[in-house]
Design a protein. Structure first.
Length: 461
């Protein structure tokens, strides 16, 4: 049988319709269903009828069944007029557009406009033999960026239908080049709904800056890929200031730069599903939620394998509404992995539990981790007995609610020591400026293997 395809139309039009083995036809006006099939060497158009003792589907029920079938094109729609253009197209095959899903025209990238359909303006696109769609913003190139003129524009359907709709129709995923959709909708302020991104096998940079600066975007799809190659979600939603809920990220392995700045400057973001990654690569989450000023609760971070080099650095920097942080289960810390991770989170009151017992030989693992967290009233136990250069440099700098004393008093009663047990070896600068600008009687640089005292109102985690 040939490739299966479902078509819809009026019953009267079937009389002149050529035979296509494997095609199915819904005729909602009479509630009928037909299949073209070659059986016993004969071409037959089979009219599917229920058994006599069963009730036939009504036209409305057939229509409903058709409506539930995923279309093999991308639908752009808006309550008002809009247009789409690509000044310098970079797709590698053919792109087509339609205003009625029946007549399709080759698209060269010149401006095309949505046509009114039942009170909304709609435009449909599909592609054939494409392995990339945009590939913009590489070396600051603007080639391939799509321009949407209008407002309240929704883009619905499977983005892969732009690569090859026939492959999607066969329920497969078309292959894509590195940076396939990079920068595609970058700066499209009229876009409010993003299409589905169902690909399970990603390429380097495939969604790089895809929706960056889409300041009115409010709906985005979950991301099902389990392995993230380099830069695939790099700045993907950065600057989407009206986005309130982040998509679920199913990935268990984050490659280098994979989520770099992914939601940076999403000032309206309030909800983030927990991350499930067990392995995080070099700079993978660098600036991932930085400047998300409405974010109250951080997602779970269960990874136990942290690559050498700033994997969580600056991750929640300037998240001024954040009140709690997730525990950090990794027992071995890479260089710079927690650098400025919660810097200037001025509403943060509870520090996370840090399980690390080993520090990178390159040091700097927790430098300025909580600097500027002026509401912090708790402090984590620190277990490592090998303290290398700048390991805890300025870790609690300007945490003005944190109160430490060198001596025990009626107020300062809770013992605090670095490390919490055992004897540490200090490279000489591991604790430099660790308590600068804090609110107790002791500030500055503490000594290793020395007991200090926290105010009784403080919590040790």
């Amino acid at each position: 049988m040939a490739l299966f395809q479902i078509l819809r139309g009026k019953a009267a039009n079937l009389a002149g319709k050529a035979f296509h083995d494997g095609y199915a036809y819904l005729t909602p006006d009479d509630g009928a269903f037909y299949i073209d099939a070659e059986t016993d060497g004969k071409q037959k158009r089979i009219h599917i009828n229920p058994k006599p003792d069963l009730q036939e589907l009504t036209a409305d029920e057939v229509q409903s069944a058709w409506d539930s079938y995923p279309p093999v094109y991308l639908t752009f729609s808006s309550p008002a007029t809009f247009s789409i253009a690509v000044a310098v197209p970079t797709w590698t095959g053919t792109m087509e557009y339609s205003t009625d899903t029946t007549t399709w025209n080759t698209w060269t990238g010149a401006a095309i406009s949505g046509q009114e359909v039942s009170g909304r303006y709609e435009l449909y696109l599909r592609g054939t033999n494409n392995t990339k769609i945009a590939a913009a913003n590489i070396d600051d190139s603007t080639d391939g960026i799509w321009s949407l003129t209008g407002s309240n524009i929704s883009c619905k359907g499977n983005i892969e239908t732009l690569l090859d709709y026939k492959t999607v129709m066969a329920m497969q995923h078309p292959p894509m080049d590195p940076y396939c959709y990079a920068g595609m909708f970058n700066g499209c302020e009229g876009l409010i709904v993003a299409p589905n991104l169902p690909a399970l096998t990603l390429t380097a940079g495939c969604y790089h800056k895809m929706f960056a600066a889409c300041s009115n975007l409010i709906s985005v799809p979950d991301l099902p890929a389990l392995v993230l190659p380099a830069s695939c979600y790099y700045y993907m939603f950065a600057g989407c200031t009206h986005l309130t809920t982040a998509p679920a990220i199913a990935a268990t392995i984050f490659g280098q730069y994979s989520c770099y700045g992914m939601f940076m400057l999403c000032s309206g973001l309030t909800s983030v599903p927990d991350l499930v990654a067990s392995q995080v690569g070099y700079m993978a989450c660098y600036y991932m939620f930085a400047n998300c000023s409405s974010l109250v609760t951080a997602p779970a971070l269960p990874a136990t394998r942290l690559a050498d080099g700033s994997c969580y650095a600056f991750m929640f920097q300037n998240c001024t509404s954040l009140t709690g942080a997730p525990d950090l289960p990794a027992t071995s810390l890479s260089a710079g992995c927690y650098v400025e991770m919660f810097e200037n989170c001025t509403s943060l009151t509870m520090a996370p539990c840090i399980q690390a017992t080993e520090m990178s030989i390159y040091g700097n693992s927790c430098a300025m981790m909580f600097a500027g967290c002026t509401s912090l009233k708790s402090i984590p136990k620190l277990h490592s007995t090998l303290l290398l250069e700048s390991a805890y440099y300025a870790m609690f700098k300007n945490c003005s609610s944190l109160k430490v004393s060198a001596t025990k008093t009626d107020t300062y009663t809770k013992e605090y020591r670095i490390p919490d047990s055992g004897t540490a070896l200090d490279a000489g600068s591991a604790l430099t400026s660790m308590f600068d600008g804090t609110g107790g009687t002791f500030t500055g640089t503490p000594e290793v293997n020395t007991t200090y005292y926290l105010d009784s109102s403080m919590t040790i985690v």
